[in-house]
Design a protein around this ligand. Structure first.
Ligand SMILES: Cc1ncc(COP(=O)(O)O)c(C=O)c1O
Length: 396
């Protein structure tokens, strides 16, 4: 049996999405900016896809959704674009983010630090969430941008985006949210919240890889980082990825249609998996179920290196992760576990299981069985494991 429980890294392309994209590879392959029919025959599908994106996040007609190559590009655009508009050419010099952002945010901020920008990395509590008072106190006259994720890729913890948006509005500071792990898992409505910029990637919600987007609120246009042929109203030059855009639009439509299914069926499967795994002595899961995306579990099984568990799971055909896919080749401890205060040996035990609407009951049964067997095997050979009833509280 092959079981894919690494859906926070990437997802299977929904067959309906694939079907929608297919004609735009070998039949309608023209450049949409060309003046002939090969170009113009792609226009209806592009318009439909853009409508699906606007509807999916409830954007206003006057707002911009600019298609990019991925969330990493969208995030880098916001953070570096804000630098050009408000720091290099303005009177601000400060950005606020959190310690548990995806490396796309952290590394873009670190880059700006080398240019002299001050960056505050807000700490998180033991649930992996920031304290709103700390955010409020960190904003100064110099703050150009607050960049805080909607949902965390490791823990699935959902940040209080509405409250964060209110604080940013009160303090008159721009707010970007990385919604890469939120789209298709929780409702994302840019009109209900004060969001100026929002980033996402299609492949996290059963769309294709290599395409993402940046939402830009009506009057919050930022400097373009890709100059060239003036595509996307001059905001991001480069020939349009027609199949990618068409696929992302369809994926967004299906993601929104399936939100109830995520909240009922996917969550039910996730909860069953979690409850069964928590019966293993000395295990704990980061963050309360209610505050997490419906598909994610970050579990720590005492005495078992995450990589050792991954090895056993992989041999049995199960894909999981110890952290974000970008860092998974390095034998490092989970940075989010460290940020919530776990000691290094505990942070090394992190195992992330992330489900999708394609995960089945049988796959969950099989995974529970394989993990139980792996725990027995690995604990039997681990010299460091000894039973301690209250071990995780003392470590956090
Ligand atoms: C929260 C979050 N932000 C950004 C990204 C980057 O997405 P991409 O690799 O598609 O650019 C990821 C991918 O894992 C993510 O989980």
């Amino acid at each position: 049996m092959r079981v894919y429980l690494d859906n926070n890294a990437t997802t299977i392309v929904d067959p309906y999405v694939f079907e929608t994209m297919a004609p735009y590879f070998c039949e309608m392959y023209g450049n949409p900016n060309s003046l002939h029919e090969f170009g113009s025959e792609t226009h209806p599908a592009l318009r439909c896809a853009m409508d699906q994106l606007y509807t999916g996040i409830n954007a206003n007609d006057n707002d911009d959704i600019v298609v990019t190559s991925c969330a990493t590009e969208s995030i880098n655009w916001v953070i570096k674009g804000i630098y050009f508009d408000h720091i290099f050419n303005g009177d601000k010099n400060h950005i606020i983010t959190t310690e548990v952002e995806h490396p796309a945010v952290i590394q873009a901020c670190r880059f700006l630090e080398t240019l002299g920008v001050k960056v505050t990395y807000l700490p998180v509590n033991s649930d992996g969430i920031i304290e709103l008072d700390t955010l409020r106190e960190s904003i100064t006259q110099e703050t150009a941008l607050v960049s805080i994720m909607w949902a965390n890729n490791e823990t699935g913890m959902i940040f209080p985006i509405e409250e964060i948006g209110k604080i940013c509005k009160e303090k008159d500071v721009l707010f970007h949210t990385d919604a890469t792990q939120a789209i298709g898992k929780v409702p994302v409505d840019v009109q209900k919240t004060n969001i100026d910029y929002l980033s996402f990637s299609a492949h996290k919600f059963h769309g294709p890889k290599g395409v993402g987007a940046l939402y830009i609120k009506e009057d919050k246009i930022i400097t373009s980082l890709l100059s060239g042929g003036e595509q996307m109203s001059g905001l991001r030059s480069g020939t349009l990825n027609v199949p990618g855009i068409v696929g992302m639009g369809k994926a967004m439509e299906l993601a929104v249609e399936n939100l109830d299914f995520e909240k009922s069926n996917v969550m039910k499967l996730r909860d069953r998996l979690e409850d069964e795994l928590l019966k293993i002595p000395d295990t704990f899961v980061v963050g309360t179920k209610k505050q997490r995306t419906p598909n994610t579990i970050l579990i720590s099984i005492k005495g078992i290196e995450g990589e050792a568990m991954l090895w056993d799971l992989n041999k049995a055909g199960i894909a999981a992760s110890t952290g974000s896919a970008c860092a998974s080749e390095a034998l490092e401890s989970n940075p989010v576990m460290e940020a919530i205060g776990a000691e290094a040996d505990l942070a090394h035990t992190a195992l992330r299981l992330s489900l999708s609407r394609f995960t089945t009951n049988e796959e969950i049964d099989y995974t529970i069985d394989i993990i139980n067997k792996a725990v027995k095997r690995l604990r039997a050979i681990s010299s460091t494991y000894s039973y301690a009833p209250d071990w995780h509280n003392s470590k956090l």
